[in-house]
Design a protein. Structure first.
Length: 71
């Protein structure tokens, strides 16, 4: 666990090329990011207000709905 984020290394030749690209840059992402919202104990990605007065779930309701679908 790096920086309190749980990540799994991509080891399969199959899978998401997007995730593989992200995982290749993960150390750089962690180095340049900070997640401390409210009391800093937990981050509610969709419900916290990141920019402005609206949460991501309110700003992007169609994407929010897609994320709620269990596959």
């Amino acid at each position: 666990m790096r920086g309190n984020w749980i990540t799994t290394e991509v080891s399969s030749p199959y899978g998401s090329s997007v995730w593989r690209s992200i995982s290749d840059l993960w150390d750089l992402v962690l180095e340049r990011s900070c997640c401390k919202v409210g009391n800093g104990r937990k981050v509610a990605f969709w419900k916290d207000r990141w920019c402005g007065q609206v949460s991501l779930s309110q700003r992007f309701p169609h994407l929010w709905n897609l994320c709620q679908i269990q596959l």
